[in-house]
Design a binder for this molecule. Sequence first.
Ligand SMILES: O=C(O)[C@H](O)CO
Length: 342
Amino acid sequence: MESNQILSRTVSDLQNTKRPKVLVTFPHIPEIGIELLKNKCDLIIWDKPVAIPREELMKKIVGVDGVYCLLTDKIDNEILEVAGPQLKVVGTMSVGYNHLDLKALKARNIHVGYTPGILTNATAELTIALVLATSRRLFEANAAMLRGEWTAWSPTWMCGPGLKGSTVGIVGLGRIGIKVAECLASFDVKKIIYTSRTEKKEAAAFCGQKVTFNELLHQSDFIVVTTALTPETTNLFNEEAFAKMKKTSVFINTSRGEVVDQDALIQALKNKTIWAAGLDVMVPEPIPLDSELLKLSNCVILPHLGSANIETRTKMAKMTAENILAVLRGAPEEMPSPLNIE
Ligand SMILES: O=C(O)[C@H](O)CO
């Protein structure tokens, strides 16, 4: 065969190679993620800055080869059924994957990518910010000042509990919990205790002690929740749990809202069963403006900002795109961060 024939055959082969289709479920993704995907794939991008409604997801997912999704998108059996058998990969731009039906994905041999590790520090930073904002009443004090209530420097005004000498309980000592504990140790806390399925060797660095959930509730001055959402942790913090906590305790949740029975938390805050709560996560998200949680002066609420630093979100977008592209070029073993489903 002549070399120009070979060349034209190659060009026509390339032209005939169909570019894979990828659904991106949100319009505002850090640019690098979209650029990487755009080079190799045809993109269908949900164009409104709200979580894609389920009926839209059902329509747009039909026939795609890959999905770039967020923690707000429930990818379950029904969705996979309508997507079709060509779907090869779901990349979630999150470390949490409770929104994905892993069993259904595995049953269809669909690869799953996620973004662990790279958001550990950002989420730990936000958790520390929330511990301090809640215990030192930063938002409450700022709001009072703006209302003109700062009449004098007062020895008793806007005081809160300090970390020094306190017992900190971490629920779920994974990567983020460990980083939070390491940071909090530098505030001269007395003791760090934790619950976890297994003893963590990393806890030696801050003399962390594994305890039962009950012991943690009874002993802690600060409780910080960094556990994954699983059937075992759903509604772990219920009325009974709050009743076991110290009246002076500060409760912080940066994991998932579903770990908490929210009505029980509202009652605990109203009745002063516990002293205060700081939440980066809640149910539902976004929280309706008429929620009672927003009316409580002893509750600090943030709009799920755990990983929201620029560098981290950029890395998350890149990793998600690379996870998807590796599968679509037929090299799942090159995914930077596959979720290994047992
Ligand atoms: O699961 C995650 O990635 C976090 O909740 C996002 O900050």
